[in-house]
Ligand binder design. Structure first.
Ligand code: MRU
Length: 361
């Protein structure tokens, strides 16, 4: 349990993932990847100490750590852990990369650390150094996205402080910095431009109700949680000025995979003439995936839908459809914000131009 006193709201940062050089563990003393267990939030702030790669992989699958940017960081730290422990580093990188299929950052981070380890002739220090670089790069990308996104939002015609709707969780819990979409909202709040943050609860695992509301409360933002199916009436009532969401993978044509329930918001936003903005680091752009149809959408256990915290919601034997993500076509996206700037309108050519200089591993 983290017993440190809570910092002042504006400075609050949860440290979702970090490296410890030497921790006493069940396996003896040694290095570890330490994760803030997001499955226990907001009730408890508990750390999970991962002293081997199998524990990292299991934590990723169980969503102890989740959200695309931090998955990139954890993927790299996981490879560094394998190298430090003398595990099979290539096999570890493969296992980590396969733990979840949609967020491209996970495999990207693991591959970057693996490439650094290989280039340095199997140096564990080199793998860890690369993981730390990825961590720092993500913090810098987060700050840049917050600035670009808030400037874009400030340019929108508005007669009141903005009422912003978001889905899932995209804040400091998923980042080396303040996050992606939620970092933009936090920047708007600092600038006095946020009227209200509407937080979609985000069925079935409630990343919005549990995690985004937790972050909004810790950072002093005015926020209101709504059930996902209340979004339509909120738009119809004219209460949404802007939608901002994150991304797990952005295809070469700009099609974007994000938490299931994002696509219906994009359709609603278009119908009601509300800007729909995706905020993600360049590490989420995957030029090897040509379009939305080529994005592999993770299908998760139906029990996440038919049960709530272990209590059955449905008659015994009910089956469930439980895709973790959906895909929003580029035509419905007003802008994509990355650390490199704001891309609007979204097109394959604009994505290619923005990707130049960001070489994939
Ligand atoms: O299944 P999750 O909780 O990992 O899904 C996360 C999302 O869909 C986020 O919106 C996305 O990773 C962007 S995080 C900045």
């Amino acid at each position: 349990m983290d017993t440190a006193p809570a910092p002042a709201a504006e400075a609050w940062s949860p440290r979702p993932a970090y490296w410890l050089d030497d921790v006493p563990t069940a396996y003896g003393h040694g290095p570890a990847v330490v994760l803030l267990d997001q499955t226990r939030l907001p009730a408890e702030e508990v750390r999970l100490v991962c002293s081997d790669v199998a524990t990292v992989v299991d934590a990723v699958r169980r969503l102890v750590v989740r959200g695309a940017p931090v998955l990139g960081i954890v993927g790299a730290y996981g490879v560094a852990l394998a190298a430090a422990r003398g595990e099979d580093v290539k096999a570890a990188a493969d296992d980590i990369a396969r733990a979840r299929p949609t967020a491209v950052n996970l495999a990207w981070g693991a591959r970057r650390a693996l490439a650094a380890w290989q280039a340095a002739g199997g140096s564990a220090e080199a793998a860890l150094r690369e993981a730390r670089v990825i961590h720092e790069e993500d913090a810098a990308a987060s700050a840049a996205m917050a600035g670009h996104g808030a400037r874009f939002a400030a340019g929108l015609p508005a007669e009141r402080p903005l009422q912003v709707l978001t889905h899932c969780n995209t804040g400091a819990l998923v980042s080396g910095g303040e996050g992606t979409a939620l970092a933009v909202v936090r920047e708007l709040h600092r600038a006095g431009r946020l009227g209200r943050l509407w937080v979609d609860e985000t069925r079935p695992l409630l990343q919005g109700a549990r995690l985004t509301a937790y972050e909004a409360a810790r950072t002093g933002m005015p926020y209101t949680v709504l059930s996902d199916n209340a979004a339509g009436s909120l738009f119809a009532a004219g209460e949404v000025d802007l939608v901002v969401v994150g991304a797990d993978r952005i295809a070469a044509d700009g099609a974007t995979a994000n938490k299931v329930g994002t696509y219906p918001l994009a359709v609603l936003a278009r119908h009601h003439g509300v800007p729909f903005v995706v905020v993600a680091p360049m590490s989420t752009v995957d030029r090897d995936t040509p379009d939305g149809a080529a994005i592999v959408v993770e299908q998760r256990d139906g029990g996440e839908v038919t049960e709530m915290a272990g209590t059955p919601l449905t008659p015994p034997g009910s089956t469930a459809y439980n895709p973790a993500f959906d895909v929003t076509p580029p035509a419905l996206i007003t802008a994509i914000v990355t650390e490199s700037g704001v891309l609007s309108p979204v097109s394959a050519i604009a994505i290619a131009r923005m990707s130049a200089g960001h070489d994939p591993v």
